[in-house]
Each structure stands twice: as C-alpha cells, then as structure tokens.
Write a protein that binds this ligand. Structure first.
Ligand code: SAM
Length: 333
C-alpha cells in the first residue's frame, strides 16, 4: 500500500515515478538523440531486481503511479517479464508504459493480462517515408500494428507526437481523423530544446497555433483539467469522435506548480526536474553492502526537498539555451 505521501519544499505532493529501464533505443529520432552515444556498461545499468527495490521504496514513500520508459523499454531483454514482476509485487500501483511501439505488437495481450493500465506510444507522423526520416528506421507499419494490437487487447492508448514545423505541421487532419475513428488520445507535445536533438527555434509549433488549426478542422470541446487522468495535457473531446485530442505545453504554459514527478534513469540517477540537470546518484548507496535502501531513502528525501520549480530555472537561463543538456533518451521523457 502507498505510504503517507511525499511533499516537497513548494508544497507539491510527489506521487509519480518515471523509471527508465534502459538507455538503449532502436530509433534515432531527430528531436531526441541523433548522436551515437556511449551507452552505460552492463554493470552500470540497474538490474531488474534493483529496480524492483527502488519501486518498493517509492511505494513506501507515497508513489502510486509508475511509468516505465527508456531509451526504448522493449529493447531491454525480458522487459515484459519485468512488467509482470512489477505488477505481481505492487498490485495496486497504476502502471503505464512509454514506448515507440516498434517492438510492442507481439506483447500486447501479455501486457493487458499483466494489468498495464495504458500505453503511451510516441508517433510523430502517419506517413511511412516521414517516419523513416524522423526516426532513421523504416518501422512505421510495426507501430500501426502495435496500435491495433493494443486496442484489440483492451489496453488504453495515447499517441504522443512531437509538434514540429516542417515535419508534421501538415498532418493535423490525419491525426484528428485517427482520434475520430479510434478510441484513443492523440496529443501534440511542444518541441523542447533537449541535449542531443537537432532543435531549431523556427521548428517549434506552439500549442496555441496547433489548437487554432485543429479548431478550423473539427469541433473541439475542452474537457475539465481533472478529467480522466489527463496529466499535464489540455484535453478536448472531438465532435462525433471516439477518441480525444490534446496538447502538452512545456514551453508555452508550464505545469511546474502541480509537478508530481520524480525520474530515475536506468543507471540509478534520480532527477527531480526535467529542466534541471542536477541528479542524485542512488546506485552507489543501493549497491553498498551496509548502506542499501535506507540510505537511498535518505537521498531521495533530501533530493525531494530540493526539487526546483523548473520554469524559474528556464527563465533564469539565457534565451536560446536548452531545456536540458541531457538527451530525452537518457532521461526517459
Ligand atoms: N523510446 C520511448 C518512446 O519513444 O516513447 C521512450 C523514451 S522517449 C525519450 C519519451 C518521450 O520523449 C517521447 O514521447 C518523445 O516523443 C519525447 N521527446 C523526446 N525528445 C523530445 C523533445 N525534444 N521535445 C519534446 N518531447 C520529446
């Protein structure tokens, strides 16, 4: 059962952990990580058993929602077995995944049986050639198969597209049509200047402009913020549609005041804010024969007290400098 709740120095209750299970990804998305990075060595990546220990500690501290991400989580060996182990050990945890879905289709049924609540699928285009250009791999059909497999298995599906001028700004009609026909959410995320990306200011397609363009195409009714677990997204019902449309606005309208997240990388680095490169190393304490989980708890509590308000960090930085030096593939999104 979840513990009493973690409250930071700004009065925010932290209840959501994003855990990256690997820094390896089978795609090289232009907005994420185009460099040939040196990956962590096998020894430096936390074993699944160690990750279960950290999740348990989080649950004891008040975490009740867990997102498993990467790199590409399905690129790690026996990821589905790990999902099942998480569910078996923490039956009450809300369990979600973020994936590019290129390797997911054969596992959809098993994930549903394991009680995964929902899958977030990153898909920036509905055009096969553009997909290959954005990701470096011709795997669009695999993603479409995975979406169908998830829906058939009864998994909730959210599609996240990074909004980029010159790449997918002509694809709103297709994405809106997808959310009209299928019972899934399509959400556009503003393109952030992360380390490792090819970000250019003129590529940023702002949420306000996306919304205006979408309204010109379909009837949209804004849903209340506390509606069905929308997280930081602003969500809209689509007139006559089965799915919903949404916008995630890290640049034009930050959501730091209600940020409830902690992130842990696959190497055991705790990150309390997407916009701060300050991390806390949990692995040495975790693997220390005398320190172990009690010391990790102390580090996590200390880190939480120092959890910053990211928007203040961004405002204090010179304009044009990035959101983070680290690539999203290392942080986990
Ligand atoms: N490989 C998995 C996937 O593709 O979903 C998980 C990791 S990926 C880093 C997590 C999320 O970060 C994806 O939804 C991706 O679209 C998002 N992301 C990566 N770089 C971004 C950027 N520069 N701006 C906005 N979102 C970004």
């Amino acid at each position: 059962m979840a513990g009493p709740g973690l409250v930071d120095a700004h009065g925010r209750t932290v209840s959501y952990l994003r855990l990256s299970v690997t820094d390896h990804c089978n795609l090289r998305c232009l907005y994420c990580d185009r460099r040939m990075r040196v990956r962590l060595s096998h020894f430096d990546v936390l074993r699944y058993e160690e990750m279960l220990g950290l999740i348990g500690l989080g649950v004891d501290m008040g975490i009740h929602k867990l997102r498993l991400t990467g790199g590409e989580p399905f690129a790690r060996r026996d990821f589905v077995g790990f999902v099942e182990a998480v569910r078996a050990r923490f039956p009450r945890l809300t369990l979600r995944l973020t994936t590019n879905a290129t390797l997911l289709a054969p596992h959809a049924k098993r994930l549903a049986e394991a009680g995964v609540d929902r899958v977030n699928i990153s898909l920036d285009t509905l055009d096969r050639a553009t997909f290959a250009r954005v990701t470096g791999q011709d795997l669009y059909p695999e993603v479409r198969r995975a979406i169908d497999a998830c829906l058939d298995a009864g998994l909730g599906v959210k599609i996240n597209a990074v909004a980029m001028h010159g790449v997918n700004d002509h694809e709103l009609p297709g994405f809106l049509d997808l959310a009209r026909r299928l019972p899934l959410d399509v959400r556009f995320i503003e393109y952030m200047p992360m380390g490792g990306s090819d970000w250019k200011p003129e590529q940023v397609w702002r949420a306000g402009d996306i919304l205006a363009a979408a309204r010109a195409l379909v009837g949209l009714a804004e849903l209340p913020r506390d509606d069905a677990d929308a997280g930081p997204a602003r969500m809209y019902a689509i007139e006559g549609g089965r799915g919903r449309f949404g916008l995630i606005t890290p640049l034009s309208e930050h959501f730091c005041g209600t940020c409830n997240r902690l992130r842990i990388t696959c190497g055991g680095e705790l990150r309390t804010c997407l916009f701060s490169d300050r991390t806390y190393r949990l692995r040495p304490a975790l693997r220390h024969e005398r320190l172990g989980l009690p010391a990790v708890t102390r580090i996590m509590r200390l880190a939480l007290l120092r959890k910053p308000v990211g928007a203040e960090l961004l405002a204090a930085r010179r304009s044009g400098s990035g959101v983070s030096r680290m690539a999203m593939s290392s942080i986990g999104g």
